[in-house]
Write a protein that binds this ligand. Structure first.
Ligand code: R5P
Length: 291
């Protein structure tokens, strides 16, 4: 088994290789002036290779993954496992308007052609309950970052109210809160545009309470910043946020800081200054189970 690491994900891939005690080699990527990618793999590869790369800002990465997978097969790989802690294009799981691409299904079938196994973390599964419904392959494994989030919350707080900012977050928030004995509430959210969300908080007394907003990802940061502002207006004192995937697009982080949040913590699913939790142990355990 060999880990093939993409340059943008080298620190995470190294942590995983060390945890698994397997060799790592780097994939080299050259970007031509016109932005086409030249992907080069080491030529001496074993039958089983693991690609490690999160798929935030995915379009270029997807093309490079396609080139890498096809090249690995040509060089003799019989099994290719993709470790993509952040899995892209999961939110579009139905045709909301006639003619729209159902990206989740398209990516699912595409990956099933390229890879034998896929391991990801907290994928945005809304209308399907299991990852293999969209990714019909040998192993399509959706891990949860709950163990590392639980450990963090227990280290940081004796008690706090966990808030899920929308109905979809209930799956993470309720089980987290039950596990560590914290209270929780679920807000409701109407998304009015890419950068507009309307949040309604659950009916709870937030006066002088410590709150931790928990979500799978922060993208534009609107969901968490709007929730924070509302909580502050209802008297909450210390507000924190924990996310698995810190996408933090454009002004997201600045917006969050301005909302009055005390701290934001994330996993290393995506390289970001808010990273405080590491996924290598979780990923390694899952890899060992299927190899
Ligand atoms: C969506 O339902 C997700 O769980 C997140 O709440 C959402 O993607 C966050 O997006 P943003 O940061 O753009 O509000």
């Amino acid at each position: 088994m060999l880990i093939l690491a993409f340059p943008d994900y080298l620190p995470q891939a190294k942590r995983l290789a060390a945890r698994l005690e397997v060799k790592l080699k780097e994939i080299s990527i050259h970007h031509f002036p016109d932005q086409e990618s030249l992907v080069r793999l080491p030529t001496d590869i074993p039958e089983h290779v693991l690609f490690v790369r999160s798929l935030n800002q995915p379009n270029e990465k997807l093309v490079e993954l396609l080139f890498a997978a096809k090249t690995a097969r040509r060089l003799g790989a019989k099994r290719i496992t993709l470790i993509a802690p952040y899995l892209c294009y999961m939110r579009q799981d139905i045709e909301n308007h006639p003619g729209e691409a159902i990206s989740q299904q398209i990516i699912g079938k595409w990956f099933a052609d390229l890879f034998d196994d896929l391991i990801t973390v907290d994928p945005h599964l809304h209308r399907i309950s299991s990852l293999d419904e969209a990714f019909p392959m040998k192993n399509a494994i959706a891990l949860s970052a709950r163990p590392v989030i639980t450990a963090l919350l227990q280290k940081k707080f004796d008690h706090a109210i966990l808030i899920g900012p929308d109905s979809e977050s209930k799956q993470w928030v309720a089980s987290l809160a039950e596990k560590i004995g914290f209270d929780y509430g679920i807000a409701s959210k109407i998304r009015q545009g890419d950068k507009q969300v309307k949040i309604s908080l659950p009916k709870t007394d937030f006066q002088n309470q410590t709150i931790v907003i928990v979500d799978d990802m922060a993208s534009t940061g609107r969901t968490i910043s709007e929730t924070t502002k509302l909580l502050r207006s209802q008297g909450a004192t210390d507000i924190f946020a924990v996310v698995t995937h810190p996408l933090f697009f454009n002004d997201a982080e600045q917006l969050l800081r301005q909302s009055g949040i005390k701290a934001i913590w994330s996993t290393d699913s995506i390289t970001h200054p808010t990273t405080i939790m590491y996924l290598d142990e979780l990923l390694a355990e899952a890899i060992k189970k299927i190899c």
